[in-house]
Write a protein that binds this ligand. Structure first.
Ligand code: HEC
Length: 174
């Protein structure tokens, strides 16, 4: 073999190694951003998160609450409430909800027809005066009905501020 052929072979081999290493590195980076991605304080982004990215049907239900338990006004006669991992861990610790805790509640009428989906999502720094809770309400087709610092949600949930604005169970020990 000619010397120049050998050099060419080594150069090509080196380029191959560099390419594979780079592609692998990119894949790892990509994977990490996807797996750790939590939505922005935005009802559209949250909808993507809870229907496609991390479907809420696969989450745990609020501890001690089953499917279609009895609810109060204004949410509906029957409720099913799901919690993500951060919320579940916080409920168990009883020290208030951690950042990135999310609660998704299905609201049914007495005939078991789905009326709405309501969400509370804790986003550090989003609304310190309101426990940093982001509120969202969707219709059964997941159209957005309300989102953000929704006054009616905040006014009523504000009555249980000592329990981190939550009604369903004790989460603060207060
Ligand atoms: C008049 C009072 C009232 C208003 C207004 C209200 N809620 Fe609630 N919410 C409750 C009560 C009471 C519960 C406990 C479940 C039940 O018994 O119905 C609850 C439960 C929840 C939960 C489950 C977590 C928890 O607090 O226990 C979510 C999520 C929620 N509401 C979201 C919303 C959103 C979003 C809005 C505004 C669109 C809203 N709520 C408006 C009274 C209210």
């Amino acid at each position: 073999m000619k010397k120049s052929t050998i050099i060419l072979f080594f150069v090509l081999a080196l380029m191959g190694i560099v390419f594979v290493a780079y592609a692998g590195h990119e894949a790892v980076l990509h994977q990490r951003t996807i797996s750790s991605h939590m939505p922005w304080a935005d009802a559209g982004d949250i909808r993507y998160h809870i229907t496609i990215h991390m479907p809420y049907h696969k989450w745990d239900k609020w501890p001690g609450k089953g499917e279609m338990y009895k609810g109060r006004e204004p949410h509906g006669s029957l409720l099913t409430t799901f919690v993500n991992k951060n919320a579940l861990d916080s409920i168990k610790k009883v020290k208030g909800m951690a950042d990135e805790a999310m609660i998704v509640k299905e609201n049914y009428d007495q005939n078991k027809a789905l009326m709405a989906i309501t969400v509370m999502y804790k986003v550090k720094g989003y609304n310190p005066e309101g426990g940093d809770w982001f509120y969202a309400k969707y219709d059964p087709e997941f159209n957005i009905l309300a989102e953000g610092k929704v006054k009616e949600c905040m006014d009523c949930h504000g009555t249980v501020k000592d329990n981190d604005y939550l009604f369903t169970g004790k989460v603060t020990g207060k």
